[in-house]
Ligand binder design. Structure first.
Ligand code: PBG
Length: 325
């Protein structure tokens, strides 16, 4: 059908028509709020490049988690910043590690909220890499056991889901095995399956104090130029037992979300990462963009591409916007 028989503008002429033909909807159900937990009491350190976000001590994480829960956000993702770092990331899998303590507190005080934990070693290693380093090389197989132990310790502390973000090969199977052997067969794994080596993580690394001390993450995180490889990565994690798969970052990788959606029938999460958040906040502050509008447009774009859930530092603001609708 061509103009003048077909006039696409007919169904755009007012908001009721637009509502009726809207193909994608964003809901508070889709949102996951990432949070940063630190040792100490009464800590609320603002993160300069992530306005509205803080390094929080446990009791403040609980408070923030309560706010998120009251806004209807179903889930939070916890990152930990430990006091001590060492070559083997010992505090990543310590029973009283920062994430473990925080999970216990949040699960006790905010019953209706799902707590997902990020499983990685980079915040806990003195060199800042996501695995064990041997002769300057990130040793894949030597890292698997530590990652699995970290995931198990999170599950034992009460985590509802574990989310490995390290990008070592074979870690999903290793984590699934150890969880199952210890009676956690009902704990799902959200795999950061297609995680790119991205400069958009910069603000996060300041927030989590997890920047690598030498080199970069290109030997384990994916090359931004590749998309077929993303399908292989995702398929592999599905085979190994992932329950939810993630694409990260989100906005510069919408094509990847879309392709993965076509190939895989598991729920897909997309991580709207720190740099994506920071850019919008910075432009809004300068008066160069309407931050709220760009936020909502970005989130709907991530859903339209095929994501079922979105990890986003905008979760609380977006939840408030959605309440207003
Ligand atoms: C840890 C991890 C990172 C992010 C999530 N988990 C950083 C990295 O891989 O260096 C980034 C999240 C963000 O930028 O918001 N491996």
């Amino acid at each position: 059908m061509l103009f003048p028989d077909y006039r696409p503008r007919r169904l755009r002429q007012n908001e009721n028509f637009r509502r009726m033909i809207r193909e994608t909807k964003l809901s508070v159900d889709d949102l996951i709020l990432p949070m940063f937990s630190v040792e100490g009491k009464g800590v609320r350190n603002p993160i300069a490049s992530m306005p509205g976000h803080y390094q929080l001590s446990v009791e403040n994480v609980v408070k923030e988690a309560k706010v998120a829960c009251d806004l209807g956000i179903p889930s939070v993702m916890l990152f930990g910043i430990p006091d001590r770092k060492d070559a083997l990331a010992t505090s990543a899998y310590a029973k009283d590690g920062i994430v473990q303590k925080t999970v216990r507190a949040v699960k006790k005080k905010v019953k209706d909220l799902l707590v997902i934990t990020d499983v990685c070693l980079c915040e806990y290693t003195d060199h800042g890499h996501c695995g064990v380093v041997q002769d300057g090389i990130i040793d894949n197989d030597a890292s698997l056991d530590l990652l699995a132990r970290t995931a198990l310790s999170h599950a034992q502390a009460g985590a509802d889901m574990v989310a490995p973000s390290d990008m070592m090969d074979g870690r999903i199977a290793e984590i699934r095995d150890l969880l199952d052997q210890n009676g956690f067969e009902s704990t799902p794994i959200m795999s950061y399956a297609a995680k790119y080596c991205s400069a958009f993580y910069y603000p996060f690394r300041q927030a989590a104090e997890s920047a690598p001390k030498f080199g970069d993450r290109r030997t384990y995180q994916m090359d931004p130029a590749n998309s077929l490889e993303a399908i292989r990565e995702v398929a592999m994690d599905v085979e190994e037992g992932a329950d939810v798969i993630m694409v990260k970052p989100a906005l510069a990788y919408l094509d990847i979300i879309c392709r993965v959606r076509e190939e895989i029938d598991l729920p897909i999460a997309a991580y709207n990462v720190s740099g994506e958040f920071a850019m919008i906040k910075a432009a809004d502050k300068l008066g160069w963009l309407d931050g709220k509008k760009v936020m909502m447009e970005s989130l709907i774009a991530i859903k339209r591409a095929g994501a079922d859930m979105i990890l986003t530092y905008f979760a609380k603001e977006a939840a408030r916007e959605l309440q207003r609708d």
